[in-house]
Write a protein that binds this ligand. Sequence first.
Ligand code: ARG
Length: 459
Amino acid sequence: MEKMWSGRFSANASSLLDEFNASIMYDRELYIEDIEGSLAHAAMLAKQEIITTEELRDITNGLNQIIKEIESGKFEWNISDEDLHMAIEKRLTALIGDAGKKLHTGRSRNDQVAVDFRRWTLKKNLTIIKAIKKLMKEILVVANKHTDTLIPGMTHLQHAQPTNFGFHLGAYLAMFKRDIQRFESSHKRNNISPLGCAALAGTPHNLDRDMTAKLLGFDSVSINCLDTVSDRDFALEILFNISTMMMHISRLSEELVMWSSYEFGFVELSDEYSTGSSIMPQKKNPDVPELLRGKTGRVYGSLMGLLTVMKGLPLAYNKDTQEDKEGVFDAVKTTEISLEILKETIKTMEIKTHNMESACAVGHLAATDLADYLVEKCNIAFREAHFITGHAVARSEELKIDLSDIEFAELKKIDERINEDVMEFLVLRNSMNARTSAGGTATVRTIEQLKYFENYLKD
Ligand code: ARG
């Protein structure tokens, strides 16, 4: 089949090349951005009197007809057309004749694909933000119910200090808020029009780049054409933003996997979002969080892939760049379904309050409180208080009890400066509620934090 660029060639491209070179199997995802870009470009060409109003009318009708053909599945996608840009332009010329051949005046596929892919990515920044907000709202519903539910706070996966479950979930709300901010900032930074940069150096045609930028919803036009057609930072940014967000999702998923084990028993995932085993009839497996953890690795792969594609490219466009799209499409699709299914999993899971609280009864979670007591009430230096508390912990281990259950007489034997009021410090709920410093776990502080996220999600 004859190519649009075949003027200087005397032999046809091999079918092997067609297959290797083509992006049409996947870049058709960009059809609406491509056609909107062409409609804006044509309107500008007419305003600048580079094409006539009749030609503009024909181009506009033709392109609208093509949208219908694509959306009804009638459009023919041929691998020999190489990419969607040429497939659409070819169809336009078939539909309207010579006017179709004028559309590409002052434009190259290099700025065209930059417009299409950039706009697609910008839109996805916004849909992902919406989806994160929905997830956060669902997390908030659960968190608000559990601001007084004790859960062992851990470091090194070892019992550390008592916290509450609402506070724990609040940590994820903070992460997801930062994720949103990253998508927002990428959106702002990259909302710049490449259209009119043409192949690499601009064009002698009298284009109005501001007009097309405005028509396409960009904030402004790009500064340097050579950079613009070479730049894929917007794609790298969405991949990085997705990767970071998926890392947060993966950490939450890891906790869900642990929490749903018998050993923890903090949550039970709903039947709707759990799976069984083909051989072990008793099994109920947390496939959803496991897959979320796994898909995070795949998304990182797309980020590393594109970083690697870009690292050695001389300016400006190189065909390597065509490898930018599949990873981004895949990562965005993965993100969309991940956010949705995590939201549903959280919404439908059962929180086993009793197990969370009884897990606090082991591991001497009140040890720091005893040390703090010695500092505050007995005027003992923290280092010494730490040492004395260590003895109390060792004694509790000997007695096979938790520090929070030790008798006053035992403590008095360890250090006679200790008084009866120490017992209040060893009550786990008091320990949690004592941490009233800004951002701390005390129920009052947790409620404040959750209110903060609630207000954030309002506007
Ligand atoms: N299909 C190409 C891509 O996705 C479009 C740009 C092609 N430009 C070129 N000069 N070959 O990157």
